[in-house]
Structure formats: structure tokens, C-alpha cells
Write a protein that binds this ligand. Structure first.
Ligand code: OAD
Length: 232
């Protein structure tokens, strides 16, 4: 029997859009309504921690009231089938992959489910509503922040992700605009190492031309169809 096909899937805000979670760069997206420098940088947090917590508390509430959609569930089905060596990497900070049934997901931009002490680096599960004054359970500092990777910070799990991209037979990008590095370079990284590349996105992205194949449409249609074809 031949070795299972190695697949790396990268997801972005577009996979959660049909669950009702706002994307970042749509005309009515999060970055139209908030300045990145205010709510998604360490400097913004230092200036106005209450504003930053309000922003992520609202994101946490929106994620909690959203349900996983057919695209999240299709990826979980592919993982559960166990016929491929599949790594799911997400830029999303919601937990819809997990609630859709995925057992293993790398959150490269962190997670709304986590709290992080800006003083000592301790991590713990985030309550529904967080504030900077919440004392760190380890060092008791009032320096609580969301466990989200902000601009200017290093995304999580990068050694594991780059290792998987080097080994991949297929790289699939789902619902991401390709505007934020290092994720925006994954297609090229994988292609350089010999993988086929496929983009599934509502519209052509900044990176569409770099992929071997690109399909356009809503994730809830494209992802289940792609998974069905792999498992057929
Ligand atoms: P964006 O908002 O930049 O892009 C979302 C992409 O999803 C766009 O290309 C849309 O066309 C596509 N899309 C929208 N609805 C879709 C649907 N129903 N089906 C398929 N595709 C759909 O979001 P990301 O690319 O995820 O980082 O943004 C990357 C990072 O930028 C985020 O993780 C966040 C942000 O700043 C941090 O906060 C660190």
C-alpha cells in the first residue's frame, strides 16, 4: 500500500463567514470598523487595554453564538476518515473547526478561548468576558490579554507548519485573502517543496495566480465537494 497523501489545509475568515462571523477585509468587515493599530497590536493594547478587551470580548460572544457550517464539518469528516495525513492550520481565532468535529487544529494566530499574561507568559482558559485587571493565576499580575497573535508578533506553531509544508503532497487554502504573512507565503513554500496547490475562495484572492488550481464559490459548497472527491 502506498503512503497516505500528505495534505496541509490553511483556513481563513472566509470559512466562518457563512456561520455569521465577520471577515476582516470585506466592505463591512472588521478592519473597516476598527483600526488594526488600535485593536491588533501590542502598542494598541498598551495604549487602551479596555478597548482591546471590548473588541475581543465581542468577537468571543459572536463566535459562541455561531455554529459550525458544512465546510468546517467536511474538513472534520476528512480528518476522521483517516485516509490522508491531514494537517489543518487556521488563521481563525474562533473554535468552529473544533465544534465542527475536527480533532486537531493548529491556531497560528491564537484563540479567543485563551488568556495570556503579558507579564509572565502564563496561559489559561479565557472567561467569556475578559479584562486587563483579571489577575494572572500564576503571577497575580493585572496584565491579562487575549491569547491572540497581534501584528508584530510571531505566529504560533511555525516550525511544525513549515515542516508539514515541506513534506506536503497537496496544499489547500480556504477562505483567506492572502494579505497577511507568513500564511500568505504558504502556497509558494509548499509549491517550492513539490506540492500541488489548490485555492478555494469566494473571489479571486491576491494570490490566486500562484495556485495550480483555483475554484471560486462559497466554502459551504466548495469544501464538501472537494472532500467528497477525495473520499470517493
Ligand atoms: P480576510 O477578511 O482578509 O479574507 C477573507 C477571505 O475569505 C476573502 O478573500 C473573501 O473573498 C473570502 N470569503 C468570504 N466569504 C467566503 C465564503 N463564504 N466562502 C469562501 N470564501 C469566502 O480574512 P483572512 O484572510 O482570514 O489576523 O485574514 C487573515 C488575517 O488578517 C486574520 O487572521 C487576522 C487579520 O488581520 C490577525 O488578526 C493577526
Amino acid at each position: 500500500m502506498s503512503a497516505p497523501q500528505k495534505i496541509v489545509v490553511l483556513t481563513g475568515a472566509g470559512i466562518s463567514a457563512e456561520s455569521g462571523i465577520a471577515t476582516f477585509r470585506a466592505a463591512d468587515g472588521l478592519w473597516e470598523q476598527h483600526r488594526i493599530e488600535d485593536v491588533a497590536t501590542p502598542e494598541g493594547f498598551a495604549r487602551d487595554p479596555a478597548l482591546v478587551h471590548r473588541f475581543y470580548n465581542a468577537r468571543r460572544a459572536a463566535a459562541a453564538s455561531a455554529a459550525p457550517n458544512a465546510a468546517h464539518k467536511a474538513l472534520a469528516r476528512l480528518q476522521a476518515a483517516g485516509r490522508h495525513d491531514l494537517l489543518i492550520v487556521t488563521q481563525n481565532v474562533d473554535d468552529l473547526h473544533e465544534r465542527g468535529g475536527a480533532s486537531s487544529v493548529l491556531h497560528m494566530h491564537g484563540s479567543l478561548a485563551g488568556a495570556l499574561c503579558a507579564d509572565c507568559g502564563h496561559r489559561w482558559p479565557a472567561p467569556a468576558v475578559m479584562a486587563q485587571e483579571d489577575p494572572c493565576p500564576a503571577c497575580h499580575a493585572a496584565a491579562t490579554r487575549p491569547d491572540i497573535v497581534w501584528f508584530g508578533e510571531i505566529p504560533y506553531h511555525m516550525d511544525r507548519i513549515w515542516g508539514a509544508l515541506r513534506e506536503a503532497d497537496l496544499f489547500v487554502s480556504i477562505g483567506t485573502s492572502g494579505q497577511v504573512y507568513p500564511a500568505a507565503a504558504f502556497a509558494q513554500d509548499a509549491a517550492r517543496a513539490g506540492a500541488q496547490t489548490l485555492e478555494l475562495n469566494l473571489d479571486p484572492s491576491a494570490l490566486t495566480a500562484e495556485f495550480d488550481e483555483a475554484r471560486q464559490g462559497p466554502a459551504t459548497r466548495l469544501v464538501p465537494a472537494w472532500v467528497d472527491s477525495l473520499l470517493a
